[in-house]
Design a protein around this ligand. Structure first.
Ligand code: TYD
Length: 222
């Protein structure tokens, strides 16, 4: 179903759901699970992520191994340029076409991560909200930083890059914890994949019912 075509919605506009959280919360796994579940319910889903695979996103990823190669100002600029391009080329057109867009990270990550790196979180938020569509729902996956760090190390079998050190992630988590956006729902992501998936589905389902995209009877599971 193209959600823009539902007779109940006034404007031809899709919905934007962002998954946020520190590293090791399981966002990518949960996004894939949620996308499958929504498609099973008959919705047209666009799944995407930031940093993107575009030119700015690739430059950002290349800097991960050695974060000191970029100044904090240059790093912030790249994340914002990457998002600007993401909004122009993918998110904006998909929303205009009435699609349901799921993004693995969005501007709350910039506020929290670049805020923890020394920029003013309120200014970062204002800069992003001047061009990036506000999400209809932000799912903030929460685990203690030491759990996130352990998951990155154990499950991904990777050494930690500069973004993933525990003291830095503790500061990032503190900024995430201070968010008071009405569209933001906190999800305890310390359980297993299935449990967390159920916790995520509840607010997503509530949003879809509120927007008259699905009816009360839909409980789709895979
Ligand atoms: P991540 O989602 O962990 O990508 P991957 O799964 O490919 O490793 O994102 C990469 C890192 O980028 C992560 O540590 C958070 C950081 N980041 C920022 O610092 N600011 C931002 O605006 C975004 C989107 C990500």
């Amino acid at each position: 179903m193209n959600i823009g075509e539902t007779p109940h919605k006034e404007k031809s506009k899709g919905l934007l759901i962002a998954l946020e959280g520190i590293d090791g919360t399981g966002k990518s796994t949960q996004l894939a699970l949620l996308a499958r579940r929504l498609r099973a319910a008959g919705l047209e889903v666009v799944a995407t992520r930031e940093p993107t695979d575009g030119p700015y996103g690739r430059q950002i990823r290349a800097s991960f191994a050695n974060r000191a190669a970029l100044s904090p100002e240059e790093e912030l600029r790249l994340f914002i340029e990457d998002r600007r391009e993401h909004v122009q080329t993918l998110i904006g057109p998909a929303l205009a076409a009435g699609k349901l867009v799921l993004t693995d990270r969005y501007y709350f990550s910039t506020v929290a991560y670049q805020g923890a790196a020394g920029h003013d979180p309120a200014k970062i938020l204002a800069a992003n909200e001047s061009f990036a569509p506000r999400p209809d729902l932000v799912l903030l996956l929460v685990v203690p930083p030491q759990v996130g760090v352990r998951r990155v190390r154990d499950f991904r079998g990777e050494s930690l890059n500069d973004f993933e050190q525990e003291d830095y992630l503790t500061r990032v988590a503190a900024i995430f914890a201070a968010f008071a956006d009405p569209s933001l729902v906190r999800i305890d992501a310390s359980g297993d994949i299935e449990q967390v998936g159920e916790k995520i589905w509840a607010p997503v389902r509530a949003l879809l019912i509120r927007e008259k995209i699905i009816s009360e009877g839909v409980h789709e599971r895979e």
